[in-house]
Write a protein that binds this ligand. Structure first.
Ligand SMILES: *Cc1c(COP(=O)(O)O)cnc(C)c1O
Length: 224
């Protein structure tokens, strides 16, 4: 199947209130344009360099989502055009994003990335680290960022029970955080979880945003 057909069938399979982020890392702009012409507007990239290269070649109404680890020294390259940063994994990064956003007088939407997988290698905050971030004075003073929700990646495994448990954990933590820190702020509303292999489980657990690459564009070839 082609990219356009993949998008159409995903839209049918996914509830209306769940947003699809087309993960276009490693893909050529021609593939992104095919997706755009099929109605896709939200694109996810995990490298600053790829956003910088592709953004000028794509229509202006594309929403760029940063889903990969972000280094502080690269924030300045994407700060004016990023729609949502899914991968805030430290207080320092949040403070640095805030500083760059203040320079251009923009309020930038962010998600806190939470570590839910059993693998060591995946980035993200523990529940405790996220709580102390939200309690910190630095966060309270950060007027140019807005925390819109949480992001998480489950363990890469065929064990559906484990994946389900990890998504459930993130969903309950989301509720705890909302009740404790965002009672008067309805902007805390997004739960970014689910990829090609596990988005159905993620949606069952309450995901509001799924990040899908392979099921839209096909297998990635990192050697290209
Ligand atoms: C690559 C990537 C995805 C998409 O993965 P697929 O399995 O191709 O759908 C989702 N989220 C993040 C953070 C990624 O890096």
């Amino acid at each position: 199947m082609g990219i356009a057909e993949n998008i159409t069938s995903l839209r049918k399979a996914i509830p209306q209130n769940v947003e699809i982020i087309a993960v276009s890392k490693t893909r050529p702009v021609t593939d992104l344009l095919t997706a755009y012409n099929a109605g896709q507007r939200a694109f996810g990239e995990n490298k600053v360099q790829e956003i910088i290269q592709k953004q000028p070649l794509m229509p202006d109404d594309v929403e760029w989502h940063m889903i990969g680890h972000l280094q502080s020294n690269k924030i300045k390259y994407i700060i004016s055009r990023i729609h949502l940063i899914h991968s805030v994994d430290s207080l320092k990064l949040l403070v640095d994003i805030n500083r760059e956003a203040a320079k251009i007088n923009r309020i930038v939407d962010c998600l806190l990335q939470i570590h839910i997988a059993s693998e060591e290698s995946k980035f993200g905050l523990s529940f405790d680290e996220a709580s102390s971030l939200l309690n910190s004075d630095e966060y309270k003073k950060a007027s140019h960022i807005r925390i819109r929700g949480l992001m998480g990646m489950a363990t890469f495994t065929d064990d559906e029970i484990q994946v389900r448990q990890e998504f459930d954990q993130l969903a309950s933590f989301f509720k705890v955080i909302r009740e404790k820190w965002f009672t008067t702020n309805t902007m805390f509303s997004e739960l970014s979880m689910g990829m090609s292999g596990d988005y159905k489980l993620a949606i069952d657990a309450g995901s509001t945003m799924v990040r899908i690459g392979t099921s839209i564009f096909g297998e990635r070839n990192y050697n290209l």
